[in-house]
Design a protein around this ligand. Sequence first.
Ligand code: PGA
Length: 261
Amino acid sequence: MPTAMPRSMVAGNWKMNTTLAEAVQLAAGVRDGVAALNGLAGVDVVLCPPHISLQAVAEAVKGSAVKVGAQNMHYEASGAFTGEVSPAMVQGMCDYVILGHSERRQLFGETDDLVNRKVKAAFEYGIKPIFCVGETLEQRESGRASEIIGGQVRAGLDGVGDISGLVVAYEPVWAIGTGQAATPEVAAEIMGGALRDALGSLFGPAAAAIPLLYGGSVNAGNVESFAAQDSIHGSLVGGASLQAEPFLEIARLTAQAKASL
Ligand code: PGA
């Protein structure tokens, strides 16, 4: 029994793309585009640039409806962690932080336990986690997608009490950057099934208010079919977020699809 309809969100994960100048230009383009659309009623637009551009992007979108997210962070406030960036450092520059992205898990060895520490640190610092889960192709083909997603959710969110601000993204690894998006039905099966169930078992009825994003090869051509699903509240967009126009179109189509549900 849903308590409140989750808000919709379209978040752009720029990954390791954009120089400082390019980041500011892209952020300004999105800011102006959102303003020209008179805001996007009910859809939160979030830009997640590389750390080094966070401050400049935050400045560029200041006073607008556009919000900023970091792509990662350490869980400690400070210390001998060469090359890392702490929650205390990004706090004030961003509202959100992407945690547990499959590229972090796969390419940089992030475990469920590490992601869990980061999620808890985000809450401690008042930064809203966009917590990512997703199964590999091999896991899906061996019939373990639901089990993997349930496990990632329970481990990554273990010990979290207050979930206000939490956003969860389902990004099947086989759909990221491949041009091979999941079908809306496959995504909705997990998002309305194993993912929702795991969140419900952790947080009870309050879990119904957590926005769920689909991610993996989302573009302006397929976003409507995802946004039309009840169990999908928005998207986490990689490649198609690197230019203002397609990204704005994704946000506009999401607002339109959600308004007509
Ligand atoms: P993609 O990336 O849209 O380029 O597939 C999505 C993501 O990894 O967040």
